[in-house]
Write a protein that binds this ligand. Sequence first.
Ligand code: NAD
Ligand code: GLY
Length: 366
Amino acid sequence: MITLDLTLPDTRYPIHIGHGLLDQAELILPHLPIPQVAIITNEVVAPLYLERLTQQLQNHGVHCIPVILPDGEAHKNWQTLNLIFDALLGANAERKTTLIALGGGVIGDMTGFAAACYQRGAPFIQIPTTLLAQVDSSVGGKTAINHPLGKNMVGAFYQPKLVLADMDLLATLPERELSAGIAEVIKYGLLGDADFLAWLEANMDKLRARDPEALQYAVRRSCEMKAAIVGQDEKEQGVRALLNLGHTFGHAIEAGLGYGQWLHGEAVGAGMVLAAAASQALGWLTQHDVERAVALIAAAGLPVRSPDFGIDEWMRHMGHDKKVESGVIRFVLLKQLGQAVIQPGLPTAVLDTLFSGPHIDPTISH
Ligand code: NAD
Ligand code: GLY
């Protein structure tokens, strides 16, 4: 097991990465203020892992409240969040009851937000079960639900007490979800580590074949980068915005197609292609650089062409981005491969070319 630390001005927590961690209750017990937890999961993950985790904790005298939600991005909303509160109140959960997120990013984001709100703040723990959640969403304390008008628009910064990334849980992950997770891994290489990008180019086959060493290295390097960035800028006043590479375009795809049509990681994959193309239009990336980025994203099994919404709808959806300041969309673009920067606004001519160019697929719209 490898342990990384995320250190913030007023808190610090471990990120354990390894095998067989779900069966090690002793990693969780020191983080419980009282021996009571609510395990928030969904209909897909519950039959796979809920019983194992519950047994482990019960063997150590911990009372477990199971909360099983409907599955999927389309349920990341107020109605589902309220089901968590119904279950917590129905079971007399207290302010010191720890909420454990057992699932992917949807469960993690909703559980974190529920924990931030329940009795004005209950402790929570992340047990990410998707690659995407292990490399990104479980670390850093961004919690949220979607609004029909915008992705992750209602939420809070609220840090977990512990992240437990058990690599063995990825064995049951569908192929398409694995690729979606690799999108966020590629993001780290593109935004801040050219050597890691080259490693990904050399090891993509191993990652897709779930080679344990390759996967563990990818999770570790991603978490190291995320912890370092969040450690500098917890509330996204500066450098943390770079973690949104591909997301301004990607969130527009998710909202434009309807949540759950494309997976979040798929939208980020196609979004990173648009970010690379925009960076080329500004003279920062070469054609060869863009081809490298596109080839890597395609090799991960991700879409590299975005839907054809037309420029007005693209702009409308991107206008709901959380990085918008005084009405100006702040894009995360690439000065070079391995170096992301914030670019406030893009010339209309660039946007016109981008949204009608070769990286748009006219056969995909609504
Ligand atoms: P997800 O949570 O919907 O999980 C993907 C699918 O895999 C679901 O059907 C889930 O039930 C299933 N699943 C989960 N674990 C499994 C396992 N071990 N075996 C088999 N099936 C399993 O999606 P995701 O890709 O994990 O997360 C996407 C969400 O994360 C989005 O809502 C996105 O906005 C959010 N996100 C948040 C952050 C953050 O910093 N908070 C960062 C990136 C993404
Ligand atoms: N996933 C982007 C962030 O955590 O800031």
